[in-house]
Design a protein around this ligand. Sequence first.
Ligand SMILES: Cc1cc2nc3c(=O)[nH]c(=O)nc-3n(C[C@H](O)[C@H](O)[C@H](O)COP(=O)(O)OP(=O)(O)OC[C@H]3O[C@@H](n4cnc5c(N)ncnc54)[C@H](O)[C@@H]3O)c2cc1C
Length: 443
Amino acid sequence: MSTSNNTSTGSSTEQYDVIVVGGGMVGASFACSLAKLSKNSKQLKIAVVEAAPTPTWSKQNYDLIDHDLRVSAITRASECFLRNIGVWDRIQQRRISPFREMHVWDSTGNGVIHFDSAQIGEANMGHIVENSVILLSILDRLNEFDNVDYISPVKVSTINIDDEQVSMTLADGQCLHANLLVGADGSHSWVREQANIKVKGWDYQQKALVATVKTSINHNETAWQRFLPDGPLAFLPLSDGFCSIVWSATTQRAEQLLALDDEQFISELESTFDRRLGSIDFVSTRAAYPLKLQYATSYVSSRLALIGDAAHTVHPLAGQGVNLGFMDAATLSEVLGKTIDNTKSGYSDIGAYAVLRKYERWRKSDNLATLAVMDVFKKLFGNNLPFVRWIRNAGLTMTHKTEPVKNIIMRHTMGLTGDLPTLAKPVYLSGSAIQEKHVSGVA
Ligand SMILES: Cc1cc2nc3c(=O)[nH]c(=O)nc-3n(C[C@H](O)[C@H](O)[C@H](O)COP(=O)(O)OP(=O)(O)OC[C@H]3O[C@@H](n4cnc5c(N)ncnc54)[C@H](O)[C@@H]3O)c2cc1C
């Protein structure tokens, strides 16, 4: 990868096969995946245009660095994808925390559910990883490809898409051309707006407050989630006994919580969490993010594809957002890789609508199903009517006692259901535990 720091105001023109706008976790992983997949056939020339400066703190000794406030629960399917594109080892070398169990309980009744990965012969249900660790590890890997230009920090000024190609000017005057544009620029996607692709959805009128805490009782590699009338409060295990909390509440309540001093906040947090992990001995700074459900009505048009939050944004209660984005990235690169491989005469048009529709058909229904399930959960657990409370608590307890149903939910949480792209599929070897084998010729 060549990285250009956009200090110049040149007006050069560059031709690419694919331009990705947005070099976040999803956009950068897609570039990695496509750069690798296309290596054996025609080597595609890829540009990633990112508005934010490239992160520079690639220090290996993570013990000395505070935990990032933003973390993600990474599923087994995403782990496989990141492993197959050569990113997972780099994440592990930095900082990562597995979770083997999950405890969920309702604050308004006696409903509880407990998941244990050992019940399905797995070492863990997934990992909690800081977003900055994921992004830095992807960018390290991207750096090894000489067919990728990572252009940052710079914004796109204009985009023009016609039958033949995509043309784009950057704020510094550079002109870029490509056969395909991939919008990976997050939930407020500018690319999506320029392409006139509509979104549907609603604002939950909620914010998710995040912070890092240290508890007097160790988290025991368990993800803890308590459902409250306002929204869930999760304690996610991090390294060295720290936890990342994600506390979803009405916007007003979240603002109040943000305004408390540390002592008042700790006291609220301890009581709201039932002191399940004892006292809170440390709390970091806090931040809060607005929550919404949103999906693009189309993921593709001629010469354009949307991936990640640009295509769909989901409530974080089950930690699925970036995992869905990684599956988009793996699927789109697989569809494009096959298109190139299948063309004996050399190179087929990867920006053709018919090609991109294969990606849309593959991912859209899966993503919509997950969005719908998360929305039902959010509404079911946020409802305080006595009848709904009863159903919810009875449902939790019944599910807890029904092993086969629990096992299905666990496999779903691990991302192991549905029509997975090849790069995200674990390879089942002999023995009870799943071991992944690198997909041949990819890692
Ligand atoms: C509190 C919270 C907790 C969450 N927890 C989880 C979890 O546990 N598990 C999970 O799977 N998901 C989780 N999510 C969701 C997850 O964070 C998102 O799904 C994920 O960050 C989306 O990644 P992305 O790369 O698609 O978009 P983004 O992370 O938004 O990245 C978009 C990138 O595009 C760049 N960009 C934007 N506009 C332009 C432009 N015009 N030109 C160039 N670049 C541009 C931005 O700078 C950014 O780098 C959580 C979300 C929240 C709010």
